[in-house]
Design a binder for this molecule. Structure first.
Ligand code: SAH
Ligand code: SF4
Length: 366
């Protein structure tokens, strides 16, 4: 560990072996040293500002059947909903008035024209109502290039599409074997998103059944090789009404949080100037999971600003936090939580990753 810490302190580049060592650390003192080192790299590369993306979970209607997800199409126990345009605009207004800077629109995956046109119209309306002040990130699954382009032209500028795992064989075990769930299509989507003009985010789930430490090391290397601007990754959490949730018998929340935090720290140390989210899944497993994520190197938080009445029907996994809280309660609680760890909130800023600007600068100079 000392050699590794020296390497980190001297800003020497880490290799595959170092990443593996990091992900295998277990003792409390090693983990404290790791998170401290990752936090120092965060401070020197992206500072101590936390940026908010107010998340609006606009619909749980999904055409896909990912084995891990609670709102998969075949789960008959879910009451399906689609927020109305007024409700979505109201939530966006809340974010704007609370000076959040950005929102994230997320939903189940639909590729039909009604949905595509509805989102396009929404993006335009949110931009117009906020005088172009609110930044818009999308997390609406796989779409055609034309759709990505339409939504980008309408005003969205970041897109988050998790690759789930960079191991194509493992990916197959997480999804049905049909054309709606192809690894190659998901992978290619990252290229299409960049071509359509977005800042591109991706991520994985950690602690999946049959996932190895080498898989996770490869995930981090994948992020670098694909020149990713932002990462949203979190521990896998069981949901009893899913094929995967039913088959997992040894779910250990403590282990899941630990691997989640180690991945944040390792990714911060390896990629340095990108945005990394402390995802809600961490908080679902540990009441102060998101704060721990910030201390391990993350710099983005996604407060839920969806209407409370819909939240219980948008459970990708069990024990999702804040189901009964409204958006302003979430806001107060987050402000307190961030104060306690000496970070500041980047109000009224889009909070794009420094990595994105550096790449654009380099491209201009080429
Ligand atoms: N439908 C879109 C966006 C919503 S799902 C899409 O799939 O891209 C957003 C993310 O939730 C997924 O990428 C997946 O990584 C995560 N997720 C789904 N089920 C989960 C579970 N049981 N535990 C942890 N994360 C989960
Ligand atoms: Fe649908 Fe996304 Fe859940 Fe897959 S992970 S079932 S695409 S909402």
């Amino acid at each position: 560990m000392n050699n590794l810490l020296n390497k980190i302190a001297q800003n020497l580049p880490l290799d595959r072996g170092d990443l593996k060592k990091i992900l295998l650390l277990e003792t409390k003192s090693d983990l404290i040293a790791l998170f401290k080192a990752a936090y120092a790299v965060k401070l020197s590369n992206v500072g101590n500002k936390v940026y908010f993306r107010g998340i609006i979970e606009l619909s749980n209607i999904c055409d896909k059947n990912c084995f891990y997800c609670g709102i998969r199409k075949e789960n008959q126990n879910v009451n399906r909903f689609m927020m109305s345009k007024e409700e979505i605009l109201h939530a966006a207004q809340f974010a704007h008035k609370a000076n959040y800077g950005s929102i994230l629109l997320q939903s189940g995956e639909r590729q039909d024209e009604t949905f595509v046109a509805m989102v396009e119209d929404l993006i335009k309306s949110i931009k117009a109502e906020s005088n172009n002040k609110l930044g818009i990130t999308l997390s609406l699954g796989e779409q055609s290039f034309e759709t990505y382009k339409r939504w980008h032209d309408a005003g969205a500028h970041r897109y988050l599409l998790r690759i789930e795992t960079s191991n194509s064989e493992l990916y197959k075990t997480l999804h049905p074997n049909n054309d709606l769930h192809r690894f190659d299509v998901r992978l290619n989507a990252l290229t299409l998103l960049r071509e359509a003009g977005y800042q591109v985010g991706t991520g994985v789930m950690m602690g999946l059944p049959n996932q190895t430490i080498d898989d996770l090391v490869n995930d981090i290397i994948f992020f670098k090789e694909h020149d990713i601007d932002m990462i949203g990754m979190g521990p896998y959490i069981v949901h009893d009404e899913t094929p995967m949730g039913k088959s997992v018998t040894d779910f250990d929340p403590v282990k899941q949080v630990q691997i989640g935090l180690k991945m944040i720290a390792a990714t911060r140390l390896y990629l340095r100037d990108i945005n990394i989210a402390a995802t809600t899944a961490l908080q679902a497993l540990d009441p102060i999971g998101r704060e721990k994520g910030l201390r391990a190197g993350a710099n983005i938080i996604m407060p839920n600003i969806s209407d409370t009445k819909y939240r219980k029907n948008y459970q990708l996994y069990q024990n999702k936090p804040c189901l009964d809280e409204n958006s302003s309660m979430c806001q107060d609680c987050l402000q307190d939580r961030i104060d306690t760890i000496d970070e500041v909130i980047g109000y009224n800023e889009w909070g794009d990753s420094p990595h994105f600007f550096k790449r654009n600068q380099e491209n201009k100079e080429d």
